[in-house]
Ligand binder design. Structure first.
Ligand code: A2P
Length: 264
């Protein structure tokens, strides 16, 4: 035991690390135990962290696993001198991670009005909340078409998302649920790839819609969720608003939502 569990603040629990996978020098994912009292909606985030001497060091992380799963999964960057991720990247099976008790967030199905097509635009680790939502049957109950886009700098950074989508489609149980509905679109900005360029550029020049064979964004039929860096959120939001979509919230569902706690 790396620290005295009786000294834990009341706002967190200590959960054991069940698995860790390193995807690139700067990206890893891990799974931890889920307390039975821990409830969340797919797409939400929660505080997680480690003890720093006697104090908890916590950051907001999107939960990457769906709400029905008995484990909690997270997808994280590794920042060399980052106070938390420099240590978090070293966790191993059997270690403890602190988990906040109050998940919350804006990237939830309840914050959107019904529609035909759901877009999820992500960059980098912004794929995480969508890893949760694309594994939730409710997403497919609400929409005819679910389009998840992921843009990264380099090819390896797409692997976590790409493998997840591939395994969903290949899974005999889930495959049926996502069949013909889930579509994955990727682009790279600093590597060669079938489609290159920022998601904002691809929305603006229409390439995204051409590649997918769908009409341009339409507030009547389309709903949008956005997750990425602060600059990406702002630029994508501007484009989505230009297309006539209005921002929704838990209290007032509308046509698009952006991640409000995501820290790249
Ligand atoms: P780029 O390589 O052109 O900066 P980051 O790690 O910086 O968050 O970047 C992840 C991905 O998001 C990269 O492909 C990056 O493209 C892209 N990106 C960065 N800033 C924006 C933005 N303001 N709008 C859209 N995409 C962005």
């Amino acid at each position: 035991m790396p620290f005295d569990l009786s000294a834990l603040p009341k706002s967190v629990t200590a959960e054991s690390v069940l698995s860790v996978k390193h995807w690139t020098d700067s990206l890893f994912s891990f799974q931890i135990s889920r307390p039975s009292a821990f409830r969340f909606r797919s797409g939400e985030f929660v505080m997680i962290g480690l003890m720093n001497d006697t104090k908890p060091l916590l950051r907001a992380y999107s939960i990457a696993s769906p709400s029905w799963d008995d484990k909690l999964e997270f997808f994280s960057i590794k920042v060399e001198n980052g106070p938390l991720t420099s240590r978090l990247q070293k966790i191993q099976e059997g270690d403890y991670v602190l988990l906040g008790k109050k998940p919350t967030g804006t990237l939830v199905l309840d914050a959107l009005l019904p529609g035909k097509r759901l877009y999820m635009f992500s960059t980098g680790t912004g794929f995480a909340p969508f890893a949760s939502l694309i594994r939730d049957p409710e997403t497919y109950e609400r929409y005819d078409e679910v389009i998840v886009t992921h843009t990264c700098r380099f090819k390896d950074e797409l692997e976590y998302g790409k493998q997840m989508v591939d395994s969903l489609i290949a899974d005999p149980l889930v495959g049926e649920m996502v069949e013909g509905k889930l579509r994955y679109f990727s682009s790279l900005t600093r590597d060669s790839h079938p489609v290159e360029g920022r998601i904002t550029t691809l929305i603006e020049n229409g390439r995204l819609f051409e590649e997918l064979g769908v009409p341009a964004l339409n507030p009547e039929t389309d709903r949008v969720m956005i997750c990425g860096s602060t600059a990406m959120l702002q630029d994508t939001k501007d484009l989505v608003e230009k297309a006539g979509l209005t921002e929704g919230s838990n209290a007032t569902p509308a046509q698009f939502v952006i991640e409000k706690a995501f820290v790249g």
